[in-house]
Ligand binder design. Structure first.
Ligand code: C2E
Ligand code: CA
Ligand code: CA
Length: 644
C-alpha cells in the first residue's frame, strides 16, 4: 500500500469517527439550549432574542442531523464519496454551533443582566461542551482545538474585561485557564486519535500482508505435496484424491481412466542417462497435457507412467490412440533424436469399478495385458483380466512357500543322440501342483521371477536335479543333466558359488551338468552375464542357449558367450515345412562353423526326427521320444531308447 493511499483511508476513518460521535452531541446541544432558554426568565425583548437563538440552534442541529443521516445511509459506502467535502460540512456545522454557543455565553455575561445562577449554569454548559469536544472531535485535531477555543476564549475575555461583578474576574481567569487546558487537551487527544487510526491501518496492512504470506506458504505446501516436480502435473496422491472426490460428488458421471505407460523408456534412461530420461518424461507429459481439457485429471503416476481421466465418448479409443501417436513423435534431446512408444490401458467408471483404487488397478491391468499382447496400442479392461490378476495373486502367495510345503517336483525328459539313438542327457523340468491343479511352468515361473522367488526355487531345483542325476547315473554312467536357469539367477554374482556348493554337496560331476539359458535373456546386463558364465565354465560346467531363434541376438551371442550347445526353439521344428527348415539349417551350419553342438527340441513326429537327423542336428528332444516323466519312469527307459 502506498503512503498516499494509506493516508486517504485514514482520513476516511477520521471522518467516519467524527460523524459517529456527533449524534449524541447534537441531542445534548438542543437539550442544553432548551434548558437555558426556558429556565431563566428575562425581559420580553431579550427573551425573543433567546427564542431566535434557540430556533437557530435547533435548525442547525436538524441540518447537521440530516447530514449525519445522509453520510451514514449511503454516501460513505461509495468509494467515490467525497470524504473531504463531508469533513468540511461537518466542520462548518460544528464551528457554527460552537459560535452560536459562544455568542450566547458572551451575551449572557454582557447584555442580559443575567443572574449569577444563569451565568454559572451557562459557564458550566460551555465548559461541558468544551470538555466533551476534546474527545468527541478528537478525530479532527485542528477542528477540536478551534472549537474549544471558540467556545471558551470569548467568554473568558468578556468575563475578564467586564466590570459588573467581582467574581467575573475569577471566572474569567478560570475560563482562560480552561481554554488553554482544553486547547492543549484537544491537541493531544487529536494526535492520539490520528495515531490510533494510523496504527489500526498499519495493523490491517500487516494482517493482510501476513495473510498473503500464509496463502503463499499454503500454496507452496500444496505444490510440494500435490505436484510432481519434474512434469508440473499432479502427483499420485493428488490424482487419487481428486478422482475419489469427483466420484463421490458426481456419482453419475461416466469416466474413463487411462493408464499410459511409455515403451522403451528404460533403454533411454540406461543408455543416455537420467537427465535425458527426465527430459523425455517431461516432454511426454506436456504432449499428453496438450490434448486434455481443464476438467480432465492428469498425473504422473510414477516412473514413466501417467494417468488420465476423460469423459466416456464414442471417440474415446481413437483419442487414446492419438495420445500414443503423439507420444511416439521424436524427441530432441541434446541435439539427437530419440523415440519412444506408449501403451494405454483403459478402465471405465462405473462399469469396471466404483472407486478410484479399483479403477486405477484395472486400467493398470488392461495396460499390462495390452503390453504383453501388442505394445503401442490401447487395451480396455475386461473381467477375464480381473480373474487373471486374482489368480496371479493367489499363485504368488502360495509359491513363496511351495518348496517348504513339498508342492514342487521335477520331471525329466530325455535328450537323445541323433546318430546313436542313445539317451545322452535329461532335462529337468519343474512341476507345481497346487490344490490338485497342475500349474503350467510357463505361468508360475514367470510369477516366481516377477516376485523374486526364482533364486531360492532355482537352487532347490539344481540340488534336486543333481541328486536325481547321480541316481540315474547308476544306470547310465555318462548321463548328462540339463537344468534351466533364470535371468535373475544368472545376474546374481553369488550364483556361480552357489552352483559350486551344490555340486560339492551332491557330488555330481560338473562336466555332466548343463545349464540352459534362454536366448532372450542375453539382452540384459551383458558384461555381468559373460563374467558369470565364464565363472560357471571354469567350474567345468556346460552351458546351452535355450529357445534359440526367439531372441534377437543370434550370431553375436554365439560369438560372445562361450556356450557349448544351442537348442533350436521348438517352433522352428514344428514349422519346418513352412520356412522353419531354412532356419534350422542355418543354425546348424553356423554351429558347425563355431564348433557348437545343436539340439532340436519339440520333436513330435518320426518325420521330424528323420529330417533333423539328415540335416546333421546332433541331439533331439521331444514327445516322439518321451514326454517329461518321473525319475523312476525315466530310469526304466534308460537302456531301451533305440529308435534306429
Ligand atoms: P523349455 O526349457 O523350452 O522346456 C521345454 C518345454 O517343452 C517343456 O515344457 C517340455 O515339456 C516341452 N516339450 C518337450 N518336448 C515337447 C514336444 O515334443 N512337444 C511339445 N508340445 N512340447 C514339448 P514345460 O515343462 O511346460 O516347461 C516350460 C518352460 O518352463 C521351459 O521351457 C522352461 O523355460 C521353464 N522351466 C521349466 N522348468 C524350469 C526350471 O526348473 N527352472 C526354470 N528357470 N525354468 C523352467
Ligand atoms: Ca530348457
Ligand atoms: Ca526350449
Amino acid at each position: 500500500m502506498t503512503q498516499t493511499k494509506t493516508s486517504r483511508v485514514e482520513q476516511k476513518d477520521a471522518v467516519n469517527l467524527l460523524y459517529s460521535n456527533s449524534g449524541m452531541g447534537l441531542v445534548i446541544s438542543v437539550f442544553a439550549a432548551s434548558v437555558l432558554v426556558f429556565s431563566f426568565p428575562s425581559s420580553a425583548a431579550i427573551q425573543s432574542i433567546k427564542y431566535a437563538w434557540w430556533g437557530l440552534i435547533c435548525v442547525t442541529a436538524l441540518l447537521r442531523f440530516m447530514d449525519l443521516i445522509y453520510f451514514f445511509s449511503s454516501a460513505r459506502h461509495q468509494d467515490s464519496f467525497a470524504h473531504g467535502r463531508a469533513r468540511a460540512r461537518f466542520a462548518a456545522g460544528a464551528l457554527f454551533t460552537g459560535s452560536l454557543w459562544s455568542a450566547y455565553a458572551v451575551f449572557t455575561v454582557l447584555m442580559w443582566q443575567a443572574s449569577w445562577a444563569e451565568i454559572a449554569v451557562t459557564c458550566i454548559v460551555i465548559a461541558a461542551f468544551s470538555g466533551g469536544s476534546v474527545s468527541l472531535l478528537s478525530a479532527g485535531r485542528r477542528l477540536s482545538i478551534v472549537y474549544s477555543v471558540i467556545l471558551t476564549l470569548p467568554l473568558a475575555i468578556v468575563l475578564l474585561i467586564s466590570p459588573n461583578e467581582d467574581y467575573f474576574g475569577i471566572l474569567g481567569l478560570l475560563s482562560l485557564a480552561f481554554c488553554i487546558v482544553m486547547g492543549l487537551g484537544a491537541n493531544n487527544a487529536g494526535r492520539f486519535t490520528s495515531r490510533a487510526i494510523h496504527l489500526k491501518h498499519q495493523n490491517d496492512h500487516l494482517l493482510s500482508h501476513m495473510e498473503q504470506e500464509v496463502n503463499k506458504r499454503t500454496q507452496e505446501i500444496y505444490s510440494l505435496s500435490n505436484i510432481d516436480p519434474l512434469t508440473g502435473l499432479y502427483n499420485r496422491k493428488a490424482f487419487a484424491e481428486n478422482l475419489s472426490y469427483r466420484l463421490s460428488t458426481q456419482p453419475n458421471t461416466r469416466l474413463a481412466v487411462l493408464f499410459i505407460d511409455l515403451d522403451g523408456f528404460k533403454t533411454i534412461n540406461d543408455t543416455l542417462g537420467h537427465k535425458a530420461g527426465d527430459q523425455v518424461i517431461k516432454e511426454a507429459g506436456q504432449r499428453i497435457k496438450q490434448v486434455t481439457q481443464d476438467k480432465d485429471l492428469l498425473c504422473r503416476w510414477g516412473g514413466d507412467e501417467f494417468l488420465l481421466t476423460i469423459n466416456q465418448s464414442d471417440t474415446l479409443l481413437n483419442n487414446a490412440q492419438e495420445i500414443i501417436d503423439l507420444i511416439a513423435l521424436p524427441y530432441v534431446v541434446d541435439g539427437s533424436k530419440l523415440s519412444i512408444g506408449a501403451t494405454i490401458g483403459v478402465a471405465y467408471y462405473p462399469q469396471h469399478g466404483n472407486d478410484h483404487e479399483r479403477l486405477i488397478q484395472r486400467a493398470d491391468m488392461a495396460m499390462y495385458n495390452q503390453k504383453r499382447a501388442e505394445k503401442g496400442r490401447v487395451g480396455v479392461f475386461d473381467e477375464s483380466l480381473r480373474d487373471q490378476l486374482m489368480r496371479e495373486i493367489r499363485l504368488r502367495d502360495h509359491l513363496e512357500n511351495a518348496v517348504h510345503r513339498h508342492e514342487l517336483s521335477l520331471v525329466y525328459q530325455p535328450i537323445v543322440d541323433s546318430t546313436t539313438g542313445q539317451i545322452a542327457s535329461v532335462e529337468a523340468l519343474l512341476r507345481w501342483t497346487l490344490d490338485d491343479e497342475r500349474i503350467p511352468p510357463d505361468e508360475f515361473i514367470a510369477i516366481a521371477e516377477q516376485y523374486g522367488f526364482i533364486r531360492s526355487i532355482g537352487i532347490w531345483v539344481l540340488g534336486e536335479a543333481c541328486l536325481a542325476g547321480k541316481r540315474m547315473q547308476a544306470h547310465h554312467q555318462d548321463l548328462g543333466m540339463c537344468v534351466n536357469v533364470s535371468i535373475q539367477q544368472l545376474l546374481d554374482n553369488d550364483f556361480p558359488n552357489e552352483v559350486a556348493a551344490v555340486l560339492k554337496r551332491t557330488g555330481f560331476a560338473p562336466n555332466k551338468l548343463d545349464l540352459e539359458i534362454t536366448e532372450s535373456l542375453f539382452a540384459h546386463d551383458k558384461r555381468r552375464m559373460i563374467n558369470n558364465i565364464k565363472r560357471l565354465k571354469d567350474l567345468g560346467i556346460k552351458v546351452s542357449i535355450d529357445d534359440f531363434g526367439t531372441g534377437y541376438s543370434s550370431l553375436s551371442v554365439m560369438q560372445e558367450f562361450d556356450v557349448d550347445y544351442v537348442k533350436i526353439d521348438r517352433s522352428f521344428v514344428w514349422s519346418m515345412d513352412t520356412g522353419g527348415k531354412a532356419i534350422v539349417e542355418a543354425v546348424s551350419q553356423i554351429a558347425t562353423a563355431f564348433d557348437y553342438k545343436v539340439i532340436a527340441e519339440g520333436v513330435e513326429t518320426d518325420e521330424q526326427r528323420q529330417l533333423l537327423t539328415s540335416m546333421g542336428i546332433d541331439y533331439l528332444q521331444g514327445y516322439w521320444f518321451l514326454p517329461p516323466v518321473q525319475e523312476q519312469q525315466l530310469i526304466e527307459h534308460l537302456p531301451s531308447i533305440k529308435p534306429n
